[in-house]
Design a protein around this ligand. Structure first.
Ligand code: BGC
Length: 490
């Protein structure tokens, strides 16, 4: 049986949505997330050195839409009790947060900064004292400036830098942390940082340095996972993977060409990382297209660094779950293959026409439209392509300008309902769901203009007062009842 709710879509029409009425399993993870750079503040306190984001913003305020910075952000560095209290209010089983690399290792590698470590130890203790499990991301974009000065992610040494940091994290916190992500959204680091260049270091080198970054991220992830597996797993018994992001891709029509276009987009966005980790090597379609286009450009090797057989074997299998960040969807349509260009570009590489229909409900962020039903095909695609892994939705959330919290409720309920549907109807193993975000925070290049929080944060107050929104009340009810409607069946 399904409950049918009617929603009024502004300026348009009624749409009917069915909300799943099956209770979530008792061990299903309900979590909320933040990341270090977006909430902690205390950018230069207690021995922390600057990250690439700190220096980029301090040197060029206009990088951020509202000319703000993350020097104080939500001041979480000084608000452990407040943060854990609001998590407790929500009733979540897990808190996903990240570790600031430059707080723990101010030199990027080497000596540990005890004060930085103490902050995370205290946070973890407070969480556990309140019955909340930490879910820790090792690297959520805030690369140490000192390592960027040595080449950052496009220096092959990045693999060892990340792995050494990961080893320290496992050693320092692994007795208490059972869920780890080595990376958050490497696509944003590689494509945002080195492809389109909308994130620091803002290098526009589509499908060139971008792919060098992908190659190093894959090796760094694998090395960190192997360190856990070899040195810590038997004592600590945790699970390590990474959080990958993609849009869902919906074929424009059911034609074979459009279906293939949607499939290709997923391989380029998600598969370029996931295939290597869950299957072995890059997806065939990605390898073949990049090699062919590289040759047509007159290059003597593919722009996508080849993985050797031993690298393929080393990276394959380095996962204990599938972490997925998903916010929206895109339509994919076949098109004539674009000619090769100099310099090359991603659009040509993918050869897919993408767009979002105007009748999809908008949010305050371009491209983040409200289409919860699309998560079903994405989850089924992951199940089919990656051997039915246990999936944790590591991020999903609704942006606004501080208004429209009712649409946030609609969004979260819609995603959870479709997730529950696909668990039941298609046997997709979804183990958990994480709302982005616990509270409003520093939304990267958008500064404080975009709000994702279940809690509103008053950035004009020195206390950074947190106030629950109706969407927070809604999520609290979901975590309590494991149910999206008034009465659930088991
Ligand atoms: C990131 C978060 C970010 C969120 C909303 C994700 O891409 O992991 O750090 O705030 O999306 O844009």
């Amino acid at each position: 049986m399904r409950y049918f709710l009617l929603f009024f879509l502004v300026g348009c029409c009624f749409s009917e949505e069915s909300i799943n009425n099956h209770r979530f399993p008792s061990d299903f993870i309900f979590a909320a997330a933040t990341s270090a750079y977006q909430v902690e503040g205390a950018w230069n306190e207690d021995g922390k050195s600057p990250s690439l984001w700190d220096t980029t913003i301090h040197n060029n305020a206009s990088f951020i839409e509202d000319l703000s910075n993350a020097d104080i952000a939500c001041d979480s560095y000084h608000k452990i009790k407040e943060d854990v209290a609001i998590l407790k209010t929500l009733g979540v089983s897990h808190y996903r947060f990240s570790l600031s690399w430059t707080r723990i290792l101010p030199n990027g590698i080497g000596k540990v900064n005890e004060a930085g470590v103490a902050y995370y130890k205290n946070l973890i203790k407070e969480l556990k004292d309140n019955g909340i499990e930490p879910f820790v991301t090792i690297f959520h974009w805030d690369l140490p400036q000192i390592l960027f000065d040595m080449g950052g992610v496009i220096n092959p040494s990045f693999v060892d830098w990340h792995a050494e940091f990961a080893r320290e994290c496992f050693r320092l916190f692994g007795d208490d942390v059972k869920l780890w992500a080595t990376f958050n959204e490497p696509q944003q680091v590689c494509t945002g940082g080195y492809g389109y260049g909308y994130f620091p270091p803002a290098i526009k080198s589509e499908v060139q340095l971008e792919y060098v970054c992908v190659y190093h991220v894959l090796k760094a992830h694998a090395k960190s996972w192997h360190i856990y597996d070899d040195e810590f797993r038997s004592k600590q018994n945790g699970r390590v993977s990474l959080a990958l992001d993609t849009s869902a891709f919906i074929p424009a029509t059911e034609s074979a060409a459009d279906l293939e276009a949607a499939d290709r987009m997923l391989h380029f966005m998600l598969g370029i990382y996931a295939n290597a980790i869950y299957v072995g090597d890059y997806p065939e379609v990605v390898k073949t297209r990049v090699a062919a286009r590289s040759a047509a450009e007159g290059r003597n090797q593919s722009r996508l660094p080849e993985l050797t057989q031993s690298e393929i074997d080393y990276i394959r299998g380095t996962h204990d779950f599938f972490g997925l960040n998903v916010y929206s969807a895109t339509v994919a349509a076949a098109m004539d293959d674009p000619p090769v260009s100099d310099p090359p570009n991603k659009w040509g590489e993918q050869g897919v026409n993408t767009y979002q229909p105007t009748d999809w409900e908008e949010t305050s962020i371009d491209g983040t439209k409200v289409v919860p039903w699309t998560v079903q095909s994405l989850l089924i695609w992951i199940k089919d392509n990656y051997n039915n892994p246990g999936i944790i939705i590591t991020e999903n959330g609704y942006p606004s300008k501080g208004d429209k919290d009712d649409r946030r409720v609609h969004y979260i309920r819609g995603y959870l309902s479709n997730i529950r549907d696909v668990m039941i109807d298609h046997g997709v193993k979804v183990l958990g769901y994480t709302v982005w975000s616990l509270m409003d925070n520093f939304e990267w290049a958008s500064g404080y203009t975009q709000k994702f929080g279940l809690f509103e944060v008053d950035f004009n107050s020195p206390n950074r007062t947190r106030t629950i929104r109706p969407s927070g009340e809604f999520y609290k009810k979901v975590t309590e009842t494991r149910c999206l409607v008034d009465n659930c069946v088991d």
